[in-house]
Design a protein around this ligand. Sequence first.
Ligand code: AMP
Ligand code: MN
Ligand code: MN
Ligand code: MN
Length: 276
Amino acid sequence: MLRYDLHSHSTRSDGLLSPRELVLRAAHRGVDVLALTDHDELSGLEEARETARESGLRLIDGAELSVSWRELTLHVLALGIDPSCPVLIDGLQAIRAGRASRARRIADALATAGIPDAYVGALRFVTSESLISRTHFARFLVDTGRVSEMKDVFRRYLVEGKPGHVKHEWASLTQAIDWLHAAGGRAVLAHPGRYKVSVSGLRELLAEFRDSGGDGIEVLSPSHSDAQVDEFARHARVFGLLGSSGSDYHGPGESWADLGDMPPLPAGVEPVWKDW
Ligand code: AMP
Ligand code: MN
Ligand code: MN
Ligand code: MN
């Protein structure tokens, strides 16, 4: 049975490994099929593809799109896209365009909370200003000794209700799905267990996602408990959605799971890769 890992990040968004290092690590760890899914960004795919060709691993071209739905930010994985598709390229460009101004608002909020110079501080950790993310602020706060661990930074500073959190409007759900479909990809709702929604809110989200053309949900994610894996396997069947599996790997020391660590998809879930 092939080992799939359909969710990972490189230095082209908020990962710690270059696309090349990431692919080599995945191959070394026995991953057969890897998707590179940088946040709102396609620029790592070429290097990843070249490395995949050398190492005998199959690369799936992907991205993780930032979406606003109601009061929430959702992440939608685009899997198997054509990275040269102008509709998708323009869409991602529009999402990224908001990142720098959002980051300035995050820095202003942190300054008000007594932490100056966070914008230039976070910039030290990015490869391009247009992809600056909360992860880069988190690395800055850990680097300066304000907080000892990455996960604590989010809890104390960067999530809703905390001093460094700001509201932001990303793409709409239908825009994101339409763009990635234009590029021939499949739309997978990433880590559905991470969204703060009620039981009925989750049903509404899954129904709206499917009715907007969504193809699948990430059943296996290291952020899911065993009970959530069962729950999302059931939701996939009930809502007629495909199932996906991904480690959401960001780099050594910063991830819950390593590349290829996920168990097989639960029985009865139709895999997103069924006709690849
Ligand atoms: P952004 O797209 O700028 O909102 O940043 C989101 C990224 O922050 C996610 O993709 C994760 O890599 C990271 N992140 C979010 N929440 C947490 C958390 N609780 N602990 C560690 N990393 C997190
Ligand atoms: Mn990330
Ligand atoms: Mn995500
Ligand atoms: Mn991710």
